[in-house]
Design a protein around this ligand. Sequence first.
Ligand code: PGA
Length: 253
Amino acid sequence: MKPTPFIAGNWKMNETIAEATALVTALKDAVKDVKGIDIAVAPTATALSSVAPLLKGTNIALSSQNVHWADHGAFTGEISVNMLKEIGCAWAIIGHSERRQYFGETNEGVNKRATAAIRAGLGAIICVGETLAEREAGKTLEVVSTQVKEGLNGLTAEDSKLLVIAYEPVWAIGTGKVATTAQAQEVHAHIRSLLKAQFGDEAGAAVRIQYGGSVKPGNAAELLAQPDINGALVGGASLKAADFAAIIRAALN
Ligand code: PGA
């Protein structure tokens, strides 16, 4: 049985508080009848506490775009798990390729962030994916294996209940170039085998693996129909309520 699909919107550094509340208000209305799909949005940190009350009692969960591993302390610019839970976040995106590329985040840091989040009851969406140069050099599976193994180091089958992996080929993010369904499924199947090796067959089969990178209403259904694609992490198209709602509905099929 396939796990419940999970569609998350990563708003990145977009939307002021006013824009974020308008977007989420429109989205709530557009998907209020949707059942059987997990949905989340990840606004910027400044908009989290304004969006949170609007999502109470709806079918949309709140996510942050990152989380730190320490409870509190001298970590300028960072936000702790407890601070996010206090606002009402259920999820944190961790190790997005933009964090890795522009802010030097490493697999080790991703592992510390994810472990702290999960052990304190915050779901972790860990992002992995190869660059174009790595794909062209035939290193996709090797790079993704290292990111998954090091990112999940020490996590147990119990921890895996709060774990989601997002496979996002870096060359497909924000470029309009989407991986073919065969390219995506190949990497997802590989990630699935790594999850089963670490957590056992049953727990490994239950971890959702999202695809991310130029997911749009027009390509979502085909991607989501693949056996090991259990959802999507959506950037650009999640900033338009109608487009994001259409992607969510594509997961209903
Ligand atoms: P995109 O971004 O949908 O705009 O390509 C996806 C992501 O970075 O999560």
